[in-house]
Design a protein around this ligand. Structure first.
Ligand code: IPE
Ligand code: IPE
Ligand code: MG
Length: 247
């Protein structure tokens, strides 16, 4: 038991003035940012994508080795087709325009979420940049596109059932077995989840992985969120005492 607790603490790399090893961000508020200015929502999404570039660049220098960002949820298909198509175009452009820079900066880019529903062109760009950056280690950037925590857990449960049915695994399954079937298999759990724009809900983001994460809710809308805002949140994180159920 003592060994187990020590293992969790070491894996999280958190608290005691240490930066979080893995930060996950719910990038919210793009639409309101644009609407407040009388502009179409897509302008906010474009500005949001510019912020992503800045935050990605800032992470390694402030000790963050894993960054997971929520770009499009399984619920976001409810939006107008104009907004959905506009977002998909932003994702394609981001990958095309950033590929060289990300590769050169040592960023390993990966995606989580159900890919089959995405445009084949986008899917192939995603696979391409994952392969191209697979050897990088300076920052592990994971982008959640068509991601929903419940959908991920359902897909993982079906994979697990299949493994058992095929005799690749003998039941009953363990937590580790389920974890191996998640989109995030092999990724450490997030230490800190940040949501911008003042909303205090998780909106189906990483329910399994963030079970013991610390949460920070920022009033700032995502297009206004700078590396300085991030640094300030990380300073507060360093003061937190994480107990993982211990004392
Ligand atoms: C977050 O900003 C980006 C996505 C969900 C794609 P929103 O588009 O949700 O912005 P608000 O919440 O409407 O302001
Ligand atoms: C969560 O934001 C999803 C992303 C940031 C991609 P939403 O704006 O979709 O969440 P709700 O609707 O406020 O819960
Ligand atoms: Mg929103």
């Amino acid at each position: 038991m003592v060994a187990e607790t020590a293992k969790i603490d070491a894996a999280s790399g958190a608290g005691g003035g240490q930066p979080p090893r893995h930060v996950a961000i719910i990038m919210d508020g793009n639409g309101r940012w644009a609407t407040e200015r009388g502009w179409p929502r897509l302008v906010g999404h474009r500005r949001g994508a510019e912020r992503v570039k800045q935050i990605v660049r800032a992470c390694p220098d402030i000790g963050v080795n894993w960054l997971t960002i929520y770009a499009f949820s399984t619920e976001n298909w409810k939006r107008s087709s104009e907004e959905v198509l506009g977002l998909m175009k932003i994702f394609r452009r981001y990958i095309q325009r950033e590929a060289d820079g990300l590769s050169a900066e040592g960023v390993r880019m990966r995606f989580i979420g159900a890919r089959e529903r995405l445009d084949p062109k986008l899917q192939s760009l995603m696979a391409g940049i994952e392969a191209r950056t697979a050897g990088n280690t300076r920052l592990n950037l994971t982008v959640a596109i068509n991601y929903g925590g419940r959908d991920e857990l359902l897909r993982a449960s079906n994979r697990l059932a299949e493994k058992i049915a095929l005799g690749h695994l003998t039941g009953p399954a363990t937590e580790a077995d389920l974890q191996d079937c998640l989109d995030t298999a092999g990724h450490p759990d997030p230490d800190l989840v940040i949501r911008t724009s003042g909303e205090t809900r998780t909106s189906n983001f990483l329910p399994w992985q963030a079970a013991y994460a610390e949460y920070e809710f920022s009033q700032t809308l995502w297009p206004d969120f700078t590396p300085d805002h991030l640094a300030e949140i990380l300073d507060r994180f360093g003061l937190r005492k994480r107990r993982f159920g211990g004392v």
